[in-house]
Each structure stands twice: as structure tokens, then as C-alpha cells.
Design a protein around this ligand. Structure first.
Ligand SMILES: [Zn+2]
Length: 331
């Protein structure tokens, strides 16, 4: 493709994923709701005005007080609205086409959102009777209801006859809810970012210089933010630099690759006009300081690819600290 009027290589593309487990404490009401699901029971909350909400409210919409009592509802109910899901996404309740439905469970006055496994959109209708199908392994989650299914004619007329068996109380009340969040996307690197990444694959640090102000950016975004002109000349930078600012990470999280405490720092490479973020390892976190001279530690060549992970971390270079004036304008 053409970039800045000259031939460049095709931009790089790669699949990316951002993922984390959203974890929250349930509080007293939802804890009872989730704990009951584990026992194959669905609980609603009776409000001050007599209406039964399922799922239960945490605070009464009329009095703003916590519910005085939870009451069992369902497990059958009536579809009050629905939408067909012809191509289920990863992680949804069913891996075949299904309906998202608002279901007013027997004994409740409000509707609950869940999946209905009806086979086809033609089999769905508002007012149809559905029945909860429980998951074989229940952990105290809304997914303990695997799905709802259309009731058979017999069950339609006698929901009480379909009452689920009462399992014995199983362990402690459910106090936490964990919701995995996953975002997968395809990232296309800009021509400038692609040049930076291809440089890393060769063990080189490649930035770009602004023709107007002469500043060197790494990685470059292909344009000088001050002058608004393309940064079209490449500059190879050394693997040494100066810590301008830093923070000590003391908080752990799932999937963390380095055990806290460790230092994440802004490193200003020699010859660059903008700092980038990297790890500082190879010394006690308490030794890291502004002005500290550091050097990139590359992973072994067999691990290299076109990613920023080719540099494992930065480590002390063993040189005298840079004077504050040398990096003050980059803070
Ligand atoms: Zn510029």
C-alpha cells in the first residue's frame, strides 16, 4: 500500500482479546436469590404494595427499604415478550438458536430475562407457558437455570405439579458473583506501528522523526501531534534510556505474570522525545528512582515475534543517574 506517497509494507493484523472477571459481592438479598437457585428454587421479593418482584429487588421501589420477605415463585411462567437469537454468540446460554424472553414466573408480578429453548422462532409466542430447566451442576448463579423450555400441555395446566425437588442446603450462602467479560477483536496496526513492531521482530527499536520540529516518537502514530504532519523518516534508537516517572505495583490480580511488588515506569529512550511504559526488573522496587538509567532486556530470540513483548523488561544499566534537567521536559 502507499503511505506518505511511498510504497510501504502491508500493515500488520492480529487477533486481540481483553478479558477479566467482573466480581461483585451480592449483598443480603441477591445472596438469598443465588443460594436458592443452587437449591433449584427461584425467589422473588414482595413489595410494600403487595407486588412480587422476581428477580427480587434489593430496595423496595415504593418505600426504598430492603424486602421484608422473599417468596418462592415459578419454576414455570409466562412469556410476556421475546426476541429471537438466530446466531448465538460465544458464552450465551445456548449454542443453538434460542429466544431471549421476559418471563413472568408464576406467583410474580414482574418479568425476568432468560433464554427459551423453543427450537425455532415459529414455536415462540407471547403468552406461551415455559418451565425452568436446571443445570446439572449448580453453583449459585443465574446460570443454574440452564434455560427455559416450552411446557408440555399437562404442565401448562398444572404448574404446581412441576415443582422441583427440594435439594438439601448445600454449603455456605453464595456471597459473590463472578461474571467473565471477554472482548475479542482484530487489531490492524497503522503503517507506523507496523514499522515499530517489525523493528522489534528484528531486535531494533524503530521510531519516527517529525520533519517540522525534529522530535522523535516511539512508537510513532505516524503523525506529529504538535505539527500535524506525517513523521515519515525512521530513526533507530538504542536500547538504553532513563526512568522519568514510575509507580510501584503492589496489587495482585488473576493472570498477573510478575509477582508484586514490581515497578511500571515511563522510560525515555536515548534520542526519543516521548517516554513509553515498561517494566523495571532486576533490582529491588525500592531502588527504582527518577533519573535511573536502564537498559532493555530482550527475550530469547526464539520467543521473538512482531509484538511489544519481545522486550522482557528494562533493568538497571549501572550508569550514573541522568540529571533532572535532562528529562524534566518529558515528565
Ligand atoms: Zn513536530
Amino acid at each position: 500500500m502507499f503511505y506518505n506517497g511511498r510504497m510501504t509494507e502491508t500493515p500488520l493484523r492480529a487477533p486481540m482479546e481483553i478479558a477479566f472477571d467482573y466480581t461483585r459481592s451480592l449483598g443480603p438479598v441477591l445472596s438469598q436469590f443465588m443460594t436458592a437457585l443452587r437449591e433449584r428454587r427461584i425467589m422473588g421479593a414482595r413489595g410494600a404494595d403487595g407486588t412480587v418482584h422476581a428477580p427480587p429487588f434489593e430496595y423496595d421501589p415504593v418505600t426504598y427499604r430492603p424486602p421484608a420477605e422473599l417468596v418462592e415463585v415459578g419454576p414455570a411462567g409466562t412469556v410476556v415478550s421475546w426476541s429471537w437469537m438466530p446466531k448465538p454468540a460465544a458464552g450465551q446460554p445456548l449454542d443453538r438458536p434460542f429466544a431471549w424472553a421476559l418471563i413472568r414466573l408464576d406467583g410474580a408480578d414482574t418479568a425476568m430475562l432468560h433464554a427459551v429453548d423453543a427450537g425455532s422462532a415459529a414455536a415462540m409466542r407471547t403468552g406461551m407457558r415455559v418451565q425452568a430447566r436446571w443445570a446439572a451442576d449448580r453453583v449459585g448463579s443465574i446460570r443454574d437455570i440452564a434455560r427455559f423450555e416450552p411446557c408440555s400441555a399437562a404442565k401448562t395446566d398444572a404448574p404446581a405439579a412441576a415443582a422441583p425437588p427440594q435439594a438439601a442446603t448445600d454449603g455456605e450462602p453464595v456471597a459473590m458473583s463472578v461474571t467473565p467479560v471477554r472482548l475479542r477483536y482484530q487489531h490492524t496496526a497503522s503503517p507506523a506501528e507496523s514499522a515499530y513492531l517489525r523493528g522489534l521482530a528484528e531486535g531494533r527499536l524503530v521510531g519516527q522523526r517529525c520533519p517540522a520540529c525534529g522530535k522523535v516518537y516511539i512508537p510513532s502514530r505516524g503523525i506529529c501531534p504538535a505539527d500535524g504532519v506525517p513523521t515519515d523518516s525512521e530513526v533507530e534508537l538504542p536500547a538504553t534510556g532513563t526512568v522519568t516517572t514510575f509507580s510501584v505495583v503492589n496489587v495482585g490480580y488473576p493472570g498477573q505474570e510478575v509477582t508484586p511488588p514490581y515497578v511500571a515506569a515511563a522510560v525515555l529512550l536515548d534520542g526519543a522525545d516521548i517516554a513509553f511504559q515498561h517494566l523495571i526488573l532486576g533490582c529491588d522496587p525500592g531502588e527504582v528512582r527518577m533519573g535511573m538509567r536502564v537498559r532493555a532486556v530482550w527475550r530469547s530470540r526464539e520467543e521473538w515475534s512482531t509484538t511489544a513483548r519481545n522486550i522482557s523488561h528494562f533493568a538497571p544499566a549501572g550508569e550514573p543517574d541522568a540529571p533532572y534537567e535532562s528529562y524534566a521536559r518529558f515528565l
